[in-house]
Write a protein that binds this ligand. Structure first.
Ligand code: G6P
Length: 632
């Protein structure tokens, strides 16, 4: 039965792809190297660092004796590595690509680089007018090999070169015809030691080496080769050769983009003794949060210390826009800010916010929450806030990201690079920033006095130690994971900030273990989800011993009365007062409600992780997902 319905679905999706706008490449990672030695191995090394952007297919191309050669493979990078082992790619100037597609099968034909005549192109983004350009090129006698939008860039540039234009002029003429979003890396056959690049939307960084030059989607991609990085701005294009980079802005004027030296920590990408990045990142949280908190509070005075740029008492509302886990962090922020500072906070999924007519005004502070700082929907929502005249604050991990650059003030989360597609340490770091912000706004608005500010800051300073203790529940979590791994559906319930954490628990489990899970505010249980309760559906209840506890305990009794196996995640007082009959009671360290979301996050992250491991899922690269969603 199930197989049959899957087959019907597959047919429908197939038709959409054909009847729609062809196969389009949305997010991706790109790399280009002008090297002194063969580059294939280094291209692949860099692509490994970009796989978080997508892993549907990968490819590399190089200039070899005046001609272009390429190797491509559908699937993860390992497949490309196998191709390269059988058919090595020589050449000291090359480009590489890892792809995440939304339409159509990730076949070899649709994998980048796309080659047309003398031109090889790798692309992150979407060329919106590709159908129109393609029709024009076909009418001019050109034939296409793929269904991608990207191939029109290669074809167009090749036809401009055929008119006798020099590479840079032909490239500019091509860019002038493109509409949409792109980060491009281009090789031209016969132009040994030259790479062209352009940015309109998705980020693109130039890396300066020793007689070698690099171009990549981010500093992380260039990390193994150089820490001297310059970021292209929207509308820029660049020519790289052994002597350096010539950057031109949209008007064609040659410009300087400042070179920054990246800290080693921002390009480190090691798993250490852990099996997966996600596991490491869960364990990194005490240290990560310590860094975050240290940036926003003064441990000596126990006062908050928010960098200037925004008058924290100068707003009558806050509007948070975000996607995914960052959105859930924002929801926790709402609870904290409204409670402590009595300031209204709206939190909205960016993809909704950007397409409606939100009633937001100048007196509202817009906060974009984004680990990557590049999520297209969050960026668009942020830009809408700007249009509405709002002041913009960015809570990001990537401080060189577009969202950070467009903000009036950036509040970095300082947790170090996050590689696992399912966000963990960025989540708790975001919550740390919002907790400190809630205290700072409460103080700025006169809702708390200095003594209370100090009391709260001290509680926040204690969070890293308690998170470490909560991580100590890992062995207990592993036994629960054995049961949860057998389930088809799982329910997560909580009240107050724990209702947001219930959403996060469900999201983590779905993302990496592919088990259907739902998070609910426990009070909603009887309005629907209780119908799901049966002996086979684990119910994870997040209930520290706080003002909501009795209500959550009643919900626990309700589900147990219907045979639901309950995993009750609480603290020592909660464990003492819990109704009898939970399948498992997990006792996190006692803590003030202010930091309970931080402390209770670890067990639910670990649960998702261990379930996924038991199911043999690819934890760091779950199917269909990508870490940085740079196109809507
Ligand atoms: C993707 C990732 C999530 C992340 C979300 C928002 O869906 O898989 O882990 O929470 O994007 O990303 P951002 O970088 O804006 O926080």
């Amino acid at each position: 039965m199930l197989k049959a319905s899957h087959a019907i679905f597959a047919g429908k999706l197939g038709r959409v792809a054909v009847a729609g706008r062809g196969i389009r490449t949305f997010m991706c990672g790109i790399i280009a190297i002008v090297g002194k030695a063969p580059v294939a191995e280094r291209l692949v090394e860099s692509l490994k660092r970009l796989e978080y952007r997508g892993y549907d297919s990968a490819g590399v191309a190089a200039e070899v004796d005046g001609k272009l050669e390429r190797r491509r493979a559908p699937g993860k990078l390992k497949a490309l590595e196998a191709v390269l082992a059988d058919h090595p790619l020589p050449g000291t100037t090359g480009v590489g690509h890892t792809r995440w597609a939304t339409h159509g099968a990730p076949t070899e034909a649709n994998a980048h680089p796309h080659i047309s005549g003398r031109v090889a192109v790798v692309h992150n983004g979407i060329i919106e007018n590709f159908a129109e350009l393609k029709a024009e090129l076909i009418a001019a006698g050109r034939t296409f090999e793929s269904e991608t939008d990207t191939e029109v860039v290669a074809q167009l540039l090749d036809s401009e070169l055929a008119t006798g234009l020099a590479p840079l002029d032909a490239f500019k003429a091509t860019l002038d015809r493109l509409r949409g979003a792109y980060a491009l890396g281009v090789l031209i056959g016969g132009e040994q030691g030259v790479v062209l690049g352009a940015r309109q939307g998705p980020p693109l960084a130039i890396g300066y080496g020793d007689g070698e030059m690099f171009l990549g989607s981010d500093g992380l991609a260039l990390g193994p080769f150089t820490n001297r990085i310059a970021y292209l701005q929207d509308g820029d294009h660049v020519l790289l050769d052994h002597s350096g980079a010539r950057v031109f802005d949209e008007s064609g004027a040659e410009v300087n983009r400042p070179i920054k030296v990246l800290a080693a920590s921002s390009v480190m990408m090691e798993k250490g003794n852990y099996r997966h990045f996600m596991e490491k990142e869960i364990h990194d949280q005490p240290e990560g949060c310590q860094h975050t908190i240290a940036a926003y509070v003064n441990p000596l005075s126990s006062l908050t210390a928010f960098p200037g740029g925004v008058d924290l008492a100068g707003f009558s509302r806050i509007q948070i826009v975000a996607c995914g886990t960052s959105y859930i962090a924002g929801m926790i922020g709402k609870y904290l800010i409204e409670q402590l500072a009595d300031l209204p906070v709206d939190v909205e999924i960016a993809s909704e916010f950007r397409y409606r007519s939100p009633a937001v005004h100048k007196d509202t502070l817009a906060i974009a929450m984004s680990q990557s700082g590049e999520t297209a929907d969050t960026l668009a929502a942020f830009r809408l806030c700007k249009l509405k005249g709002m002041k913009l604050a960015a809570v990001v991990n990537a401080t060189e990201s577009t969202i950070a650059r467009e903000a009036d003030v950036t509040w970095p989360i300082h947790c170090g690079v996050e590689i696992g597609v399912a966000s963990t340490k960025a989540f708790t770091a975001q919550v740390c920033v919002l907790t400190a912000l809630a205290i700072a706004i409460a103080k700025a608005r006169g809702r708390i006095d200095e003594a209370e500010e100090q009391r709260l800051v001290k509680i926040l300073l204690g969070a890293p130690r308690l998170i470490a203790e909560a991580i100590g529940l890992e062995e207990a979590v592993k036994s629960v994971a054995i049961e949860v791994a057998k389930a088809r559906d799982v329910l997560y319930l909580g009240r107050g900030p724990m209702s947001a954490l219930a959403l996060e628990g469900a999201l983590k489990l779905k993302e990496i273990s592919y088990i259907h899970a739902e998070g609910y505010a426990a009070g909603e249980l009887k309005h629907g989800p209780i119908a799901l309760v049966d002996e086979a559906t684990p119910i994870i209840i997040l209930a520290p011993y706080d003002s909501y506890f009795e209500k959550s305990a009643s919900n626990m009794s309700e589900v147990m009365a219907r045979g639901g196996p309950v995993v009750f995640i609480t603290d020592p007082d909660g464990a003492r007062h819990a109704p009898v009959g939970a399948r498992v009671v997990m006792t996190a360290p006692p803590c003030d409600p202010l930091i309970a979301p931080l402390v209770m996050a670890a067990p639910i992250q670990l649960l998702a992780y261990h379930v996924a491991v038991l199911k043999g899922a690819d934890v760091d690269q779950p199917r269909n997902l990508a870490k940085s969603v740079t196109v809507e």
